[in-house]
Write a protein that binds this ligand. Structure first.
Ligand code: ZN
Ligand code: ZN
Length: 412
């Protein structure tokens, strides 16, 4: 591997160089066997990525991309992603045989956030799950989210008793700056044994293309592999099991924020409330919070909820409108995962109970990081590596703190 201080390596674009393992992972992602006879997929949904002919504009993120990810591989991954979304969009009209082998969930982040999660889960056979997720208005800027994906060892997610949590993540091997082998540990939960997983994650910059997104692709080495692409693999920890991701494709897009209203924040619309409305201007009146200090006032409850800012309304000195410091993103994910236990051990009721709680448990961490990113260790790493992995980002366009980071970046 080249050190990060080396001059930029021009990506070489070779055709036909994709490894057999990757091709098989991608093929596995395309369609579970039981879906091959599914009805014609509806054409109303436009795939988020183009056909493989337009694959030449994907570039690796970062400088030291010594394994530049062959053009054919990028095309295959895009194709897998498109097929994944076709499946996702079609799954209401696809029969899986046994009843209850698919379910969908819609979860809102709660509080003052307008973020929502739409999760689709399919069990094409007893030992696999196909997972799709659309996250809208995630309170996390592109830059903080990218640093979370690259500086994984800094992640410290919260714990709640009774729910599984991420014990730790590390980079087990660095093939290239945008091509990492992540190792992560998750506590046991219900029928699931604790996890000690390895995922090879690659990140591509498509921001300069018509898609304007970051594209991430992950897959695991085979369950009992001792090495992966030449790197030795660590043994599984005691009382842990290694889960296998057959393929996961993720798209991350930064959202434009609406400009703040021309008039300052007004008083809460709830009778008798002395506070002003919540000052996060991007909260549209569509989610019902825009006229109130918090959801409790909107719903006529007696006590203000945790997200209430409690700014006493003063027409002479109104507080300023606020935007999320680094903006918001939309995230789309599609993954095929081998289950550590058979499907019949995982009741739908457990899934419906656990997923909203796990999402809400972790949401506050992201929300906070977006606001306090500049003082975080993640921002420190971004500064140190701004001419490396983070080199290709549109720094001038990153809202809020992007400008100050850019200044520091120019200075060094
Ligand atoms: Zn109020
Ligand atoms: Zn309130």
């Amino acid at each position: 591997m080249k050190p990060l201080s080396m001059p930029p390596a021009e990506p070489t674009r070779q055709a036909g160089g994709a490894s057999a393992a990757l091709i098989s992972a991608v093929t596995a992602l395309h369609a579970p066997a039981s879906l091959t006879n599914s009805p014609t997929l509806p054409s109303a949904h436009t795939p988020p990525l183009p056909d493989s002919a337009a694959g030449t504009d994907a570039v690796p993120l970062g400088v030291a991309a010594t394994i530049p990810l062959e053009e054919t591989l990028v095309c295959e991954q895009r194709e897998a992603f498109v097929r994944g979304w076709e499946l996702y969009n079609a799954h209401d009209c696809v029969s899986f045989g046994a009843e209850g082998d698919s379910l969908t969930l819609s979860v809102s982040a709660g509080g003052q956030s307008s973020c929502s999660f739409d999760v689709g889960i399919l069990f094409p056979d007893p030992w696999s799950v196909v997972l799709s997720e659309k996250v809208r208005r995630f309170d996390m800027g592109l830059l903080p989210l990218l640093s979370l994906l690259h500086e994984v060892d800094l992640i410290e997610l919260p714990h709640t008793p009774g729910l599984p949590y991420l014990e730790g993540v590390r980079v087990a091997h660095r093939y290239a700056n945008n091509d990492l082998l992540h190792q992560l540990w998750v506590t046991p939960f219900g029928p699931f044994p604790g996890a000690d997983d390895l995922h090879n994650t690659r990140l591509f910059n498509l921001l300069e293309t018509e898609h304007k997104c970051i594209f991430m692709y992950s897959e695991s080495p085979p369950r009992d592999a001792r090495t992966h692409r030449g790197a030795p693999l660590p043994p599984v920890r005691r009382r842990r099991k290694r889960n296998v991701m057959r393929g996961a494709a993720v798209l991350i897009r930064a959202l434009p924020l609406p400009p703040p209203p021309s008039s300052p924040p007004c008083a809460c619309a709830s009778a008798g409330c002395r506070f002003s409305v919540h000052t996060r201007h991007y909260l549209s009146s569509a989610n019902g919070f825009a006229n109130y200090c918090c959801a409790a006032c909107r719903d006529g409850k007696r006590y203000h909820d945790a997200s209430c800012q409690r700014y006493t309304y003063n027409a002479a000195a109104p507080p300023p409108w606020e935007a999320p410091r680094y903006g918001l993103v939309d995230v789309e994910l599609f993954a095929t995962i081998c289950l550590p236990v058979p499907r019949w051990l995982i009741p739908n009721a457990l899934i419906r109970w656990a997923i909203p709680r796990i999402l809400r448990m972790n949401y506050g961490y992201f929300f906070k990081l977006n606001d306090q990113f500049d003082n975080s260790q993640f921002a420190q790493r971004v500064r140190e590596d701004s001419h490396g992995f983070y080199r290709g980002l549109p720094w001038e366009e990153i809202p809020g703190g992007g400008e100050s980071l850019l200044r520091e970046r120019r200075a060094c």
